[in-house]
Design a protein around this ligand. Structure first.
Ligand SMILES: Cc1cc2nc3c(=O)[nH]c(=O)nc-3n(C[C@H](O)[C@H](O)[C@H](O)COP(=O)(O)OP(=O)(O)OC[C@H]3O[C@@H](n4cnc5c(N)ncnc54)[C@H](O)[C@@H]3O)c2cc1C
Length: 470
């Protein structure tokens, strides 16, 4: 049993916790990590961002080889899928990435404990084994909760991770299903739906709202839905799944109109339940320690990530703000910098979001709908990739860049991109907006030619005055 005293004990080694631990060690703190999983990296590296992107990339290449190369004069025999190799590669990518975190922990002399971290009181954390017995009792000056999130359950639908799966099960299917029904048209559902559609499944997406991707700019969403429908995804919007019966061969779903009306049944081989994620706080001992929650069940923190108990901090998915890996990491860095007396800060208003489908969708800042609701006078600059020479050369002209700027000051308030490289392009917008750039500022920056980022310059010029190439 460990009887050392630490400066910081971090609970949870996801992108929030592991990055915080490394930064804290760099700043001279003696750090312990408590993680209940066998590997580091949390949801993101083990069952989230990384395996899903590995499958997205493999399935994208399969799709390209099968459909998109003939236009370039490259004629192949129809490609065959080696499903075992595709899944093996995904596993190897995850393995290398989680091992990379273990290496960084060793490099930064972070002591790790495998087990469930329970806060006994400020300054004391117990590490419990699978049997619930205390394996280690850690004394510490500070505690950082980075316990992340879990899948939100859907009433009437029990996830068995075989025929009715969560995102975790959808990354591990034993074969390509004939008909996959995705419940929930959010980012994760559409990414995983795209993977299995590209690999040969028929995919139906059932969504309660009458639109997909809530929170995304309306104009982008409409374009996005059309693009996905063209690829073969079927949408059933304004519909709610009330029951799932997995007793037969496949799964029979009962589906009702969201606004009420007659129910119908939908047959599926596999059902993916993807209606969102909720903070994970089970077993942390929050109530006993006196750590308060918000009305929405997340851990309440102040501007410096301190909870209602001095010396106990929380970051990432378990607190407010977008549930994204890079946001969790920035929270972690700012939190530990503040603990050592520096001025850590994260601007949650400028956390970029990306949907890694094809086309990709990426945005940062406000949508048109948010600006309208806030009564802000704004102007729009739009530039289609059809007008961008590099996009034409690449054969990827779907989509556009949309810059929203303040009508009076020209300050950029939001950037929304749908296009092949939207996820990479959005970094430029985030950087510019962090420095309070105007549309004119972005439009006057010399962009290399020919690059797809010239579309960003042109959209910014369009918002400020006039684009050159349109
Ligand atoms: C399929 C999928 C795809 C995603 N893709 C992306 C993406 O492309 N980009 C992106 O930004 N985000 C993505 N996300 C979201 C991203 O994974 C999360 O936002 C991110 O992991 C949150 O980081 P975190 O550190 O707060 O928590 P987590 O990554 O959830 O890590 C929390 C860790 O804490 C551990 N833990 C919890 N309680 C205890 C305890 N009491 N004791 C010990 N350990 C504990 C858990 O085992 C876990 O390892 C995706 C999520 C999913 C499910």
């Amino acid at each position: 049993m460990a009887n050392e005293t630490f400066d910081l004990v971090v609970i949870g080694a996801g992108p929030g916790g592991y990055v915080a631990a490394i930064r804290a060690a760099q700043l001279g703190m003696k750090v312990a990590m408590v993680e209940k999983r066998a590997t580091f990296g949390g949801t993101c590296l083990n069952v989230g961002c990384i395996p899903s992107k590995a499958l997205l990339q493999s399935s994208h290449l399969f799709e390209e080889a099968g459909h998109d190369l003939a236009e370039h004069g490259i004629v192949l025999a129809p490609p065959k899928l080696n499903f075992g190799q595709l899944m093996k590669r995904k596993g190897e990518v995850v393995d290398a990435t989680t091992k990379g975190v273990a290496f960084l922990f060793r490099k930064n002399k972070i002591t790790s404990f495998q087990g469930t971290g329970r806060i006994d009181k400020a300054g004391a954390v117990s590490v419990l084994g699978d049997d619930g017995a205390v394996k280690d009792a850690l004394a510490t000056k500070n505690i950082l909760i980075a316990s992340g999130s879990e899948v939100t359950p859907l009433p009437g639908v029990t996830v068995d991770e075989k025929k009715i799966v969560s995102s975790t099960g959808a990354l591990e299917l034993a074969e390509v299903p004939k008909h996959l029904v995705v419940v929930g048209a959010g980012i994760i559902g559409l990414e995983l739906g795209s993977v299995w559609r590209r690999l040969g499944a028929e995919v139906t997406v059932i969504e309660f709202l009458d639109r997909i991707t809530p929170g995304v700019d309306d104009e982008v969403t409409r374009h996005f839905q059309r693009a996905l429908a063209k690829q073969g995804l079927t949408f059933k919007l304004g519909s709610k799944v009330t029951k799932a019966d997995a007793s037969g061969q496949g799964v029979t779903l009962t589906v009702e109109p969201a606004k009420g009306g007659a129910a119908e049944t939908v047959q599926a081989d596999i059902v993916l339940v993807c209606i969102g994620r909720r903070p994970f706080i089970e077993g942390l001992g929050l109530e006993k320690a006196g750590v308060k929650l918000t009305e929405r069940g997340r851990i309440a923190v102040d501007a410096h990530f301190q909870t209602s108990v001095p010396g106990i901090y929380a970051i990432g998915d378990v607190i407010d703000g977008p549930m994204l890996a890079h946001k969790a990491s920035e929270d972690g860095v700012a939190c530990v910098e503040t603990i050592v007396g520096q001025k850590g800060h994260v601007n949650w208003e400028l956390v970029p979001s990306i949907i890694y489908t094809q086309p990709e969708v990426a945005w940062v800042g406000k949508t048109e709908e948010q600006l309208k609701a806030a009564g802000v006078a704004y102007k729009i600059g739009k530039y289609p990739f059809t007008a961008d020479p590099r996009s034409r050369a690449n054969g990827a002209t779907e989509g556009f860049v949309k810059v929203l700027a303040d009508k009076v000051t020209d300050k950029v308030l939001g950037v929304h991109i749908i296009g092949a490289e939207a996820g990479t392009m959005i970094a430029e917008a985030g950087m510019a907006m962090e420095f309070s750039a105007s549309a004119e500022d972005i439009g006057r920056v010399c962009h290399a030619h020919p690059t797809v980022n010239e579309a960003m310059k042109e959209a910014a010029l369009a918002a400020w005055d006039k684009p050159i190439h349109l």
